[in-house]
Design a protein around this ligand. Structure first.
Ligand SMILES: [Zn+2]
Length: 240
């Protein structure tokens, strides 16, 4: 089982670990702990590198298989033995852009629910670009500027972002989490990680975010599309 270091420290770039399993066919290396985000919830997986016995090999991407995070190596260097110690490093420039983008999407959700009562149904992102789907029948062109203004106001408000890991039963008592479809979590999950933009948004979430909305930068609402009468997809860009 890989300990997910990014869940408690999303700013961790470099870490030591031990090899816990090998997928030789796909050049996958599972580690006992990792700062690599393995993808999920709309946030793409991290890339980076592993240093094994003094040789640094690029990691194309990380991916979860069961309870293990595998790190898929490029090239054809020899794979390490189980038990070997390695030094991992994530591509921080890309990850930090994803953290800013992911946080911008939470701000968007928070603002749209607060100001229009519309719930989010899904989302997807690339570094500095995000798209989110809402049940938002009253969305129309004139709201684009209002939403953009409100999102950037919350960035200027420098709201603190807090992460907590709660027992399932405790998380189920939080009304805001029930609203975001926490009840869809699989039976076997005994703990729920929550990400709170204090005073704005609270979600069950496994991704990486910045510590303060001020780090996001500037958000532009680029476009929106109707996906039927009720469902609207909103596109954002994050800028410096
Ligand atoms: Zn999220």
């Amino acid at each position: 089982m890989t300990k997910l270091l990014y869940q408690t420290d999303s700013y961790l770039k470099l870490f030591e670990a031990r090899v816990s399993a090998i997928d030789a066919e796909n050049r996958g290396v599972a580690l006992d702990q990792s700062a690599f985000y393995p993808g999920g919830g709309g946030q793409p997986a991290d890339s980076g590198s592993l240093a094994i016995a003094g040789v640094t090999t690029p990691v194309k991407r990380a991916k979860k298989a069961g309870n293990e995070v595998f790190h898929y190596l490029e090239g054809d260097s020899p794979l390490p033995e189980v038990g070997a110690s390695v030094m991992g490093q994530i591509d921080w420039e890309r990850r930090y852009k994803l953290m800013r983008t992911h946080t911008a999407m939470h701000i968007l959700c928070g603002v749209i629910f607060r100001d229009y009562g519309a719930s989010v149904t899904g989302g997807d992102m690339d570094p500095l670009e995000g798209r989110m789907d809402f049940e938002f029948e009253t969305m129309h062109h004139e709201l684009v500027d209002q939403i953009q203004l409100a999102v950037n106001q919350e960035i200027a408000n420098a709201r603190v972002i807090r992460v907590a890991i709660l027992p399932r039963e405790e998380a189920f008592k939080i009304p805001d989490l029930i609203r975001t479809k926490i009840n869809l979590l699989p039976e076997g999950i005994s703990q729920v990680r929550t990400v709170e933009i204090v005073g704005l948004d609270l979600q069950a979430d496994g991704g990486t975010h910045v510590n303060n909305t001020a780090e996001v930068g500037k958000v532009r609402v680029v476009d929106y599309k109707s996906k039927g009468k009720i469902n609207k997809r909103i596109y954002i860009a994050v800028e410096d």
